[in-house]
Design a protein around this ligand. Structure first.
Ligand code: TXA
Ligand code: MG
Length: 325
């Protein structure tokens, strides 16, 4: 989808004036601010209700600009940037002086990416600087994949919403610790582990081996209002029956292996057979089931390969223990 030139100019003006712009990307909508404006960055944290120790991702217009934002670009980071940008890959590197500590939660590293969306790229080019943008949702809840999701959740707290249609990937970017020559995945996302391994010609680990601290790894995140319960596909129908008998309004995310199963419950969504389509729809499913009044969502994890790794990661986090405060 193309934005009228005036929309892009208006959004760039809002960023220059210290305002917040909701930005469409290929992954999810971001809540953008001029990263060099600490007051605007502070407002991002305030609007999201996000603790200040959780670092933001800096969005830039092209891989060539990377050196303006980080102090060192290791060869592997360069290779990954050239192979996957614009695209759903975020590289964590050593913070350059243009990035204020307020945006990195006090860390000496910074997360950077070039989004693959024509409107986001047009905005970054018109604006010229770096745009700090977390997902445009309240802290802990489901990320928005349409402009309507952003308006419904953040309303007037955003100065301008750039409507770029539904997000094509639908899940956040893959975050890679690229500070060393042996990169590791800090958060699985739109670029798969297999794609990274093919590009690097070596295995890539996922998770805790990195020395980089990853704030924001709360057990519960990406969570709808309804409680989420994960079960093996074989146990799904029994679980649904028991939950209904216990008086729950149950929503089911039905795996392809049970596509023809007779499920009688409050609401059912069927998982698409293609993992890319599932990734694109997942957050919409969670929002829809909330909207339909479900208080419990029963789902199974997909095989954890390709995009299934990121889908399973988000479902686990959605099902994680909730804070009681
Ligand atoms: O696809 C995406 O990445 C979306 C779109 C808008 O670009 N953005 C996004 O941002 O998901 P957010 O703020 O919801 O998640 C960013 C995560 C943080 O929670 C944190 O775990 C990690 O990125 N992060 C940011 N800076 C980091 C750093 N210096 N070191 C380690 N992790 C970092
Ligand atoms: Mg987020």
């Amino acid at each position: 989808m193309r934005a009228a030139i005036s929309d892009i100019d208006k959004a760039a003006g809002v960023l220059r004036a210290g305002g917040l712009v909701a930005i469409p990307t290929e992954t999810v909508y971001g809540l953008g601010a001029n990263v060099e404006d600490v007051a605007a960055v502070a407002r991002v944290f305030q609007v999201k209700g996000r603790p200040p120790s959780h670092p933001l991702i800096v969005h830039i217009g092209s891989a060539e600009q990377l050196g303006e934002w980080v102090t060192v670009v290791p060869d592997t980071a360069r290779l990954l940037a050239e192979r996957f940008w614009p695209g759903p890959l975020t590289l964590v590197l050593r913070r350059g002086p243009r990035v204020p500590l307020e945006a990195t939660g006090g860390l000496e590293t910074v997360a950077v990416r070039v989004p693959d969306h024509s409107m986001a790229l047009a905005l970054l080019s018109a604006f010229g600087g770096g745009v700090a943008a977390p997902s445009a949702n309240r802290f802990g809840s489901v990320s928005p994949t349409t402009a309507d999701h952003v308006r419904a959740e953040l309303g007037d707290a955003v100065d301008f919403v750039l409507d770029g249609g539904p997000c094509q990937v639908g899940l956040e970017s893959t975050i890679v610790d690229a500070t060393s020559e042996t990169p590791s995945i800090l958060r699985p996302g739109g670029v798969t582990r297999e794609e990274l391994e093919a590009a690097l010609g070596s295995q890539v680990s996922v998770g805790s081996t990195s020395r980089v601290r990853v704030p924001g790894q709360h057990p519960s995140h990406y969570a709808p209002r309804a409680r989420v319960v994960l079960v093996e596909p074989e146990a799904l129908l029994t679980e649904v029956e028991l939950a209904q008998e216990a008086g729950h309004r149950v929503g089911v995310i039905l795996p392809p292996s049970l596509a023809d199963a007779p499920v009688k419950t409050h609401a059912v969504v069927a998982v698409p057979r293609s993992m890319a389509a599932y990734a694109r729809r997942l957050y919409g499913f969670l929002r829809d089931l909330d909207q339909l009044g479900c208080d419990l969502i029963v789902a199974s994890l997909p095989p954890e390969e390709g995009l299934g790794l990121a889908i399973a990661n988000r479902l686990r986090r959605a099902a994680g223990p909730r804070s009681t405060t």
